[in-house]
Design a protein around this ligand. Structure first.
Ligand SMILES: C[S@@+](CC[C@H](N)C(=O)[O-])C[C@H]1O[C@@H](n2cnc3c(N)ncnc32)[C@H](O)[C@@H]1O
Length: 232
């Protein structure tokens, strides 16, 4: 089944689950998504006074974490879902270092060579053209700047693949329909994980977009992967 990932479709999907997104994330990952972002930031290394772009920011987990635990200059969070941005803004009142804006990852509304670090958490699998987004992110990054991607990925072992497929396809939509009355949206999320390339293949796509020094770290039996890269 090919998934419709046009921004119109995806923004509607996330608009519909925004009010329960944080709760569902905690329940479905057993809070591990919080640790994963922290680990990603530690691995990429956040330089003091960095200017950071968080693409597909959702309800703002990366900007909140970055301003709490790192000495950053500014974090701009962009997203195509107005409802996700609404909840992000509610969570970060009085934080002058964070700016949230409507913005599409496929056409970043920024001039070239602006950011020290680009982050994208659980966002890249929702775009229709990953190469285009990776190329856009590369364009707006300064030379020597870094990229951090955290994404849900299909495990490489076929036994684990079978088990996690069951979890994502049966349990996740069931919990989502109970908590957010939106099993449909989470059926999409499950399918999108399984259509995402395995980690080594995705590293090649990152490289095609102009990034170098690409590394990846599979976590939780490969169901989540942290990808790191650098702009030459
Ligand atoms: C699963 S949520 C992740 C939110 C957040 N980054 C996190 O770590 O929890 C995916 C987000 O990607 C956003 N998104 C999907 N396609 C996008 C695009 N083309 N441009 C910008 N944001 C997009 C969705 O609206 C949604 O808020």
């Amino acid at each position: 089944m090919s998934l419709d990932k046009t921004p119109q479709k995806i923004s509607k999907l996330f608009d519909g689950v925004a009010y329960r997104y944080d709760l569902l994330n905690d329940v479905m990952t057993g809070f591990s998504h919080r640790i994963t972002r922290k680990l990603g930031l530690n691995l990429v290394g956040v330089k003091p006074n960095s200017r950071i772009l968080d693409v597909a920011t959702g309800t703002g987990d990366f900007p909140i974490l970055l301003t709490k635990s790192h000495n950053v200059k500014q974090v701009i969070g962009i997203d195509i879902s107005e409802n996700m941005l609404h909840f992000a803004k509610l969570r970060t009142k009085n934080q002058s270092k964070i700016v949230y804006e409507y913005g599409n990852a496929l056409e970043l509304n920024f001039e070239a060579n602006q950011f020290d670090l680009i982050t994208i958490g659980y966002g890249i699998r929702n775009v229709p053209d990953t190469l285009k987004v990776l190329t856009e992110m590369n364009r707006v990054t300064k030379s020597g700047g870094k990229l951090l991607i955290v994404e849900a990925t299909p495990p490489q072992s076929k036994y684990l693949n079978f088990l996690t497929h069951f979890y994502f396809k049966s349990i996740v939509p069931l919990v989502a329909s109970l908590l957010a009355h939106n099993g449909e949206a989470y059926r999409y999320f499950a399918e999108s994980v399984y259509q995402f390339p395995i980690a080594p293949k995705f590293c090649k796509i990152i490289n095609s977009a102009g990034w170098v020094n690409i590394k990846y770290k599979p976590l939780y039996f490969g169901t989540v992967t942290i990808f790191l890269a650098e702009k030459p």
